[in-house]
Design a protein around this ligand. Structure first.
Ligand code: AMP
Ligand code: MG
Length: 438
């Protein structure tokens, strides 16, 4: 497997020209790893991310969702010729009268794909359809609804502007112009645009490879019988879904028991097989200790208690060349920490540039929200339009971090900033939209 290959420039080794450890960075500026602000944790993670460099050529149809590693340059002007935006008649503006009517002779036709041969002479018009090449000599298109045509003559009234209803050669793209920029993930409009340039293949970054597993003695995979006190593993399925939406290559490593030897083996295997390793569970107080010792041995990892709810415990670091995200065990916390920290990091690593932010905007909140100042909260919300068509948000009932249904019902996070206290109905709150994004 092709590796990222940029370890030599890892910022932890070169940041500010001095060797800096992740540990030191994570506590920089006197931030307390036991109460790490969300923004600060994002900032530390961002310093360690170098995008994949390997690329591959793919046919346009397979390129949907892939990240361009080179600009797509237009090999010719689009449109290639001046052409008509309307069905009508191509004329010389000089032949028209300011106000009165004029009769022109129809010299032929120019249909899309079948241009008029020759040039338009004085006193002539050419029947033209949308997309038809504008013949030399013509400079104006008159819509067919604005003329009277009979046999080979057409009568045109006044009030026409020179150049009207014309699409100019090169008005969409000039030869040599950047049609699509490196770093975007291709959408249907983009694959269409590439095809319009006659380009059949594009160069994209290879997919990011992400290995993931769940930790916990209580976990059972679907298909097996539940024993006493056991629960079905759900995190691996939400993680699988979230990674799939981000276009990653997946290595699903199943459930790993809370056994240091098994977990060590899983970490080693995951880090050897992927660019990124994601785990859930085992990072909370009490459980974290043996994972911490293990990772001290295998790489450089920090364990934070983020000043947020849900999702307080979070581990980030490197195991060899692989990035590691240790997410909390609670199912809602997994999704919140994934969207607040992991998503952006994976997009950077995938070569996205710029990384599109998940859209946020401000709306009135219909619910009463309990909120203690001192941490950022990501409550699950339902954003909907009222009878007047105005967008409002309400909370999805119980907000426990184990209640995955709250996430399933939600179409947004209600982001309550650190200093915010309780919210009363009617208060304007910030929402982060998940619909169509996740
Ligand atoms: P932990 O962080 O490992 O202490 O887990 C916190 C809570 O999340 C516990 O109630 C676990 O049972 C639950 N949990 C951990 N991993 C999973 C998982 N993969 N699927 C569902 N629940 C989980
Ligand atoms: Mg556990």
């Amino acid at each position: 497997m092709q590796r990222n290959g940029s370890d030599a420039e890892m910022p932890w080794k070169t940041f500010m020209n001095e060797p800096v450890t992740l540990q030191a960075l994570s506590c920089a500026d006197d931030y307390d790893p036991n109460s790490m602000p969300v923004d600060k944790a994002r900032e530390v993670i961002a310093r360690f991310l170098s995008p994949v460099t390997a690329t591959e050529r793919v046919p346009v149809r397979s390129a949907l969702g892939r990240v361009l590693s080179e600009d797509v340059i237009s090999p010719f002007s689009v449109p290639a010729h001046d052409n008509s935006a309307m069905d009508g008649y191509a004329v010389r503006h000089a032949d028209l009268k300011g106000e009165g009517e004029v009769m022109l002779k129809i010299a032929g036709s120019s249909f899309a794909g079948a241009p008029f041969k020759g040039a338009l002479a004085a006193g002539q018009a050419v029947r033209i359809m949308t997309g038809g090449v504008v013949p030399p000599g013509a400079d104006t298109i008159v819509m067919q609804e604005h003329v009277k045509a009979a046999d080979d003559k057409v009568i045109i009234g006044g009030g026409h502007r020179k150049g009207q209803n014309l699409r100019r050669a090169g008005e969409d793209l000039a030869t040599g112009q950047v049609a699509l920029k490196r770093g975007i993930a291709l959408r249907p409009a983009d694959t269409g645009l590439i095809s319009s340039l006659g380009i059949g293949e594009v160069t994209v970054y290879r997919k990011l490879r992400v290995a993931f597993f769940s930790t916990g003695d209580e976990l059972v995979s679907i298909g097996a019988q539940l024993g006493e006190g056991q629960i079905y593993d759900s995190n691996r399925y939400t993680i699988h879904g979230m990674l799939t939406r981000l276009g990653c290559d997946l290595v699903d490593m199943g459930v790993v028991r809370d056994d240091p030897a098994l977990i060590e083996r899983a970490f080693a295997e995951a880090a050897g097989a992927a660019d990124v390793v994601i785990t859930s569970g085992g990072v909370s107080v009490g459980e974290a200790d043996f994972i911490k010792d293990l990772l001290d041995k295998m790489g450089e990892v920090v364990f934070w208690k983020i000043a947020m709810k849900p999702g307080r415990p979070l581990a980030y670091g490197k195991i060899g060349p692989a990035h590691f995200f240790g997410l909390p065990g609670n199912p809602v916390s997994v999704m919140v920490t994934f969207y607040q920290f992991v998503r952006d990091a994976l997009l950077v690593l995938s070569g996205r540039d710029p990384v599109p932010a998940m859209p946020t905007f401000k709306v009135p909140c219909l619910s009463t929200l309990k909120k203690a100042p001192g941490r950022t909260e990501f409550q699950r919300g339902i954003l909907e339009r009222d009878a007047q068509g105005a967008w409002k948000v309400r909370v999805t009932g119980e907000q426990g971090s184990g209640i995955l249904r709250s996430m399933s019902e939600a179409n947004c996070f209600i982001i309550l900033p650190t200093e915010q206290g309780n919210v009363t109905p009617g208060t304007i709150v910030e929402v982060q939209v998940l619909e169509g994004v996740i």
